[in-house]
Design a protein around this ligand. Structure first.
Ligand code: ZN
Length: 272
């Protein structure tokens, strides 16, 4: 079991290595297949033996072998994070291989989206549109995820559940975008729809709630930090609408829902 979890981690870090390519190329509208990986500074192609996840970055001390310039620590972080997610998901869902595979697909897309959103403040359609389709197709092949995530809810036809998930995830964020007049981007709406397609409607609602909760907490902390740095409440209050990307919160909330949604819902039903 431990060995297989470690294998899942190593496999995840390899996927993370590919995600790094996507994170750099997708927002620049470049192909993710060709050419092979190159140094962003000197364009020298990365040698096969320098392309080993995690270890190569450490051995080269985060520098390009050719030009010696710094390679962003993001490469290392994404490989480590993806490896950790794969190991955690494997540990939790190895008895449901079909669902595990689909969750890993979703989590990989979310890792790429998170880092692209951080850096570029956009969520590429090239991930969300295919993601919605894959989520729908997955509901045809694998018995739907919701009963696995939430023990209390009645089983629903997988495809209908996925369609309701798209409506819930996309619809609610769309309504917020209309009401808040631009506080929510179009990319967030499509991301909500994609998560809905993968999770079904009830886990999607929990995901949205968690994302808003974490977003609000982080938003308040950031505002307080600004308050202390600008020493003027008025200035900080004016800046509160400064666009904070919502994609990373949605991504984090989705992972929490997949891993701990059942426990959170059980706790909620017990308390209320
Ligand atoms: Zn270089």
């Amino acid at each position: 079991m431990i060995v297989r979890t470690i294998v899942a981690f190593i496999f995840g870090s390899c996927v993370g290595s590919f995600l790094n390519v996507c994170i750099w190329r997708l927002p620049r509208n470049k192909s993710i297949v060709i050419p092979r990986s190159f140094c962003p500074h000197c364009q020298a192609p990365i040698r096969g033996y320098d392309n080993i996840p995690l270890t190569s970055y450490l051995l080269l001390k985060g520098r390009c072998r050719d030009c010696g310039k710094r390679i962003s620590p993001r490469y290392f972080i994404v490989e480590l994070l993806t490896g950790a997610i794969f190991a955690l998901f494997y540990f939790n869902y190895y008895s449901h291989p079909g669902n595990l595979f689909i969750y890993l697909l979703l989590a990989s897309a979310l890792v790429a989206i998170t880092f692209i959103d951080f850096e570029h403040k956009l969520i590429p359609d090239r991930i969300t549109y295919p993601g919605i389709v894959v989520g729908l197709l997955a509901s045809l092949i694998v018995q739907h995820q919701a009963p696995l995530l939430f023990s209390h809810i009645p089983k629903l036809n997988s495809l209908i559940d996925a369609l309701l998930g798209i409506l819930a995830g996309g619809g609610i964020l769309w309504a917020i975008a209309i009401l808040s007049k631009g506080g929510m981007g179009g990319g967030d709406i499509k991301l909500g729809a994609m998560i809905g397609a993968f999770l079904g409607w009830q886990p999607t609602l929990l995901t949205l709630l968690l994302a808003f909760f974490v977003g609000a907490v982080v938003g308040i902390i950031l505002m307080l930090l600004k308050l202390f740095t600008t020493k003027s409440f008025k200035a900080a209050w004016k800046k509160r609408k400064e666009f904070i990307p919502f994609g990373p919160y949605l991504a984090l909330a989705t992972l929490v829902t997949i891993l701990k949604g059942r426990i959170i819902l059980d706790w909620y039903l017990k308390v209320f």
